[in-house]
Structure formats: C-alpha cells, structure tokens
Design a protein around this ligand. Structure first.
Ligand code: S3P
Length: 173
C-alpha cells in the first residue's frame, strides 16, 4: 500500500479518521503534530510561545524531509498548516496519496468550540469569532489543500466511520 496522507484544517477529523483507518488497514499511523511534540518534548502551544510559529513550520518541513524515503504502508495525519509551504506540498505529494478532508467554518467552529490546544485560534473566544477566523483562514488555505490533494472529501455531513468508508471506496476503486 502506498502511504496515505490526510490534510485539512484543524478540527476536520484527520486524527480520528487516521486512527480508525489505521486499524482497518493495519497500517502504522503517524501524526505529525504528535511526532513534533515528542521530538521537542514540548506541547505545540509551548513551541509557538517559546520559539514562534516560523520555528514550528520549520519543524514540520524538517519532519517531512526526514520521511522522504518512507514509501509504503504509513498513514500520516498532518497538522492543518502543513500544506501552506510550497516545498511541503511537493514533499507531501511525493510521499503518497494525499486526501483533503474538507469541512465548513460552521462545522469546524462547533467542533473546536471548547478546544484550548490550537494557538492560532486561542484568542477567538466566542463561537462567532472562531467561525469568522476559521472562514478567513480557510479562504487563504483552501487552494493549497486542494492543490496537493489527489482526493477531496466533503466531511460536513459524514461521521468518522462514513469518511473511512469513502476513503476505502476511493483507494480501492
Ligand atoms: C495548525 C494546526 C494544528 C497544529 C498547529 C497549527 C494550523 O494541527 O499543527 O496548532 O496551522 O492549522 P491540527 O490540524 O491537527 O489541529
């Protein structure tokens, strides 16, 4: 099996889908946020605070570069900002089949309403502020997600189970 890479905005379900799909495919799941946190021995919010977003983005690029030769059997769940750098998009595409889990600002804002782990949304307290911020970011990001994706799945009305079934159909068909 080629590697499968999940991309998409925060709260689009990448980690949950990766876990379930990993079980079903018996594939090794790698979550880039978790790997960066383990390697740095620091939570992402701390990395942002201490070193700034650019350093975190460098860590993401370094991780992708280090995975270049992993060409089979991995299920990779990426941080929501991973596809923003052109170099990362190229590396992601080379790594395997890229699947964009697409979700609307309304659905994402509801899912992340009480989340405290995403530094880029930390100062948007109200649901309406979150939705506005997410909408603005998605406008800037959607093109990058779409550009590197082989498959795009609209996840707004789908459960994690259903998303996994759709992925199965697409990669098997
Ligand atoms: C980010 C998404 C996060 C994490 C960091 C930045 C982003 O990952 O990498 O907080 O820029 O969208 P998730 O998409 O797993 O939440």
């Amino acid at each position: 099996m080629k590697n499968i890479i999940l991309v998409g905005y925060m709260g689009s379900g990448k980690s949950s889908v990766a876990r379930l799909l990993g079980d079903r495919l018996n594939a090794f799941v790698l979550d880039t946020d978790e790997k960066i946190e383990r390697d740095a021995d620091m939570k992402i919010s701390r990395i942002f605070e201490e070193f700034g977003e650019e350093r975190f983005r460098d860590m993401e690029t370094e991780l992708l570069r280090s995975m270049k030769d992993e060409n089979a059997g991995f299920l990779i769940s990426t941080g929501g900002g991973m596809p923003m750098r052109p170099e990362n998009r190229k590396l992601l595409k080379e790594l395997g089949t890229v699947i964009y889990l697409k979700a609307s600002p309304e659905v994402i804002a509801r899912r992340l309403e009480h989340d405290t782990t995403r530094p880029l949304l930390a100062d948007a307290k109200l649901l309406s502020e979150k939705e506005e911020r997410i909408g603005a970011m998605l406008k800037l990001r959607n093109g990058a997600y779409t550009e590197c994706a082989d498959i795009v799945i609209d996840t707004d009305d789908l459960s994690v189970e259903e998303i996994v079934s759709v992925i199965f159909q697409k990669i098997r068909g």
